[in-house]
Design a protein around this ligand. Structure first.
Ligand SMILES: CC(C)(COP(=O)(O)OP(=O)(O)OC[C@H]1O[C@@H](n2cnc3c(N)ncnc32)[C@H](O)[C@@H]1OP(=O)(O)O)[C@@H](O)C(=O)NCCC(=O)NCCS
Length: 185
């Protein structure tokens, strides 16, 4: 498969939620029960004001990666969970005027060829907000390396989400995200 054959563009993720969760299940690891729960959560997220999604598509139109996010709202569940952790470190201001990356996943067979980077820079380039925040499992994963390379830094660590077995880190970056070889400023 030639990398150039994969295109990144806006997608109607609500219409493709099963396809997206199949990608997430392979990339991130989700049980059937978790997929069923996520189904409703993704559809609810996508109804929030300003929520949008981008996908990586094969020439046949198969979804092999996706990202979605939205302007942060302090009343959203995610924001209420991370707020005390950010406040403890003096970073609660990051919850205002910030674009949240809610999910980013690339099918394992298509990882390592720039799609994750293209998806997150494409969606954040559409944001009017001056910064972006997200949470990632608090370990040295490919995701954390990608986020750091884009200018995200740790705002809080060992963040506990109810029902999540592993602790998360909350990261934030100024927008536009840093490009390879550039400062992003
Ligand atoms: C994180 C993820 C989306 C990255 O997608 P990708 O298309 O493979 O990433 P890219 O090819 O665009 O790589 C971009 C950067 O990520 C980092 N990266 C990617 N794979 C890596 C690996 N195996 N080890 C270390 N860093 C890695 C590098 O910094 C890389 O930049 P470089 O190519 O200039 O070195 C993908 O690995 C994935 O879906 N992981 C599982 C799901 C997940 O963890 N999602 C994030 C939840 S918070």
């Amino acid at each position: 498969m030639d990398d150039a054959e994969i295109t990144v563009g806006p997608v109607d993720l609500a219409a493709r939620v099963d396809e997206a969760l199949a990608v997430q299940a392979l990339a991130f690891g989700l049980s059937d029960d978790e997929i069923a729960v996520r189904h409703g959560i993704v559809l609810r997220h996508l109804r929030n004001p300003g929520a949008r999604a981008y996908g990586a598509l094969t020439p046949e139109g198969r979804l092999v990666g996706f990202v979605y996010g939205m302007p942060n709202d302090r009343t959203h569940w995610w924001s209420t969970v991370v707020e005390p952790y950010l406040r403890a470190g003096g970073h609660a201001g990051w919850l205002d005027d910030s674009f949240v990356i809610t999910e980013l996943h690339v099918h394992p067979a298509y990882q390592g060829r720039g799609l994750g980077r293209a998806l997150i820079t494409t969606i954040t380039d559409t944001a009017a907000e001056p910064r972006s925040i997200l949470s990632a499992i608090d370990t040295e994963s490919p995701a954390r390396a990608l986020y750091r390379s884009l200018g995200y830094t740790d705002l809080a660590r060992r963040v506990r989400f109810p029902s999540a077995a592993r602790p998360y880190a909350v990261m934030g970056a100024p927008l536009p995200l840093r490009r390879p070889g550039g400062t992003g400023i």
